[in-house]
Ligand binder design. Sequence first.
Ligand SMILES: Cc1cc2nc3c(=O)[nH]c(=O)nc-3n(C[C@H](O)[C@H](O)[C@H](O)COP(=O)(O)OP(=O)(O)OC[C@H]3O[C@@H](n4cnc5c(N)ncnc54)[C@H](O)[C@@H]3O)c2cc1C
Length: 319
Amino acid sequence: MIGAGVSGLTTAACLAEAGWVVQVWSAEPPRETTSVVAGALWGPSFQEPMAKTMSWTDQSLVDFVALAEDPATGVRMAPSLTVGDLPADGEMPPQARSIPDLRPCRPDEVPDGFTGGFRATMPLVDMPRYLDHLVARLADAGVEIQERTVTSLAEAADVAPVVVNCTGLGARELLGDTELQPVFGQHVVLTNPGLDMLVMELAMTAEWTSYFPHPERVVCGGISVPGRTDRTPDPDVTERILTRVRAIEPRLHDAEVIEVVTGLRPARSAVRVEVERLGSAWCVHNYGHGGNGVSLSWGCAREATASAVQLRDETAGRL
Ligand SMILES: Cc1cc2nc3c(=O)[nH]c(=O)nc-3n(C[C@H](O)[C@H](O)[C@H](O)COP(=O)(O)OP(=O)(O)OC[C@H]3O[C@@H](n4cnc5c(N)ncnc54)[C@H](O)[C@@H]3O)c2cc1C
């Protein structure tokens, strides 16, 4: 496995739990990846390949609902309020059909400045804690994570018959995949003054309002700047995020800023979960999840694992 973000760790867990001997190589430790920056809300994906991303997010929902039974995983089923550019009731896209408890807001539930909204119950993932959970799950299965930067897939194919490529945006350089583009994001992380419900604005603009409460922190956003590679936090963006979230939730005025974090979403024309020949070995790619890598993680991991199992069975059949 190359990569120890949410894609790599989840796929490594699926493989190890299916009986594979797995080694994880990663340029960065899990808590320094893009994945740790995510909010992270499970939600529908509108990425290509559309039919697959729908079924991958559905699969992830099943896994996150199960994980939420144990709060130590960092996953919980959170009450949610979605506002902004929403379809009228009855015109929901098919991607919305699996959102648990989805219903239109009553007028008294809509914050000032918005015309309507939807309530639901959605998996919310406290990423630092969740990545720690995945690392512990891998350790239990005997899988170690080695800090190691790979300069070619062949380097991994020298030691493994199946290489799984979960390098996120790193695949741009590793494979020369120019379909991958960075999309800058920034979060302001506050102490939690006692919030439980997450709020997400759907907007066609570069900036929107969102805050995701976890037990000890509230992750506030959001911004999306395609093509920006400089990860330096922008103080003006921080101010705008704080102004927007405090306008909706006054209790956030008294919350302290813990940190400002940034990350580059690995956007691609289509999420790539695909098998490729690598000399005498095989590569299973699993990258390019854009702003939905957490939501897609279990579905993609299970498909990548099924591909690896199929390769092994086919290879065994030829021996
Ligand atoms: C601000 C922000 C908010 C987000 N919010 C959400 C959300 O609410 N919900 C959601 O579903 N998604 C969200 N996302 C998107 C999500 O974070 C990403 O899609 C996801 O983290 C991608 O995971 P990954 O494991 O594929 O990549 P990464 O987390 O980037 O991991 C890639 C791994 O590959 C390793 N690597 C790369 N190149 C090499 C190499 N050459 N050799 C060895 N190792 C290498 C890296 O070190 C790293 O370990 C958000 C992203 C951002 C930035």
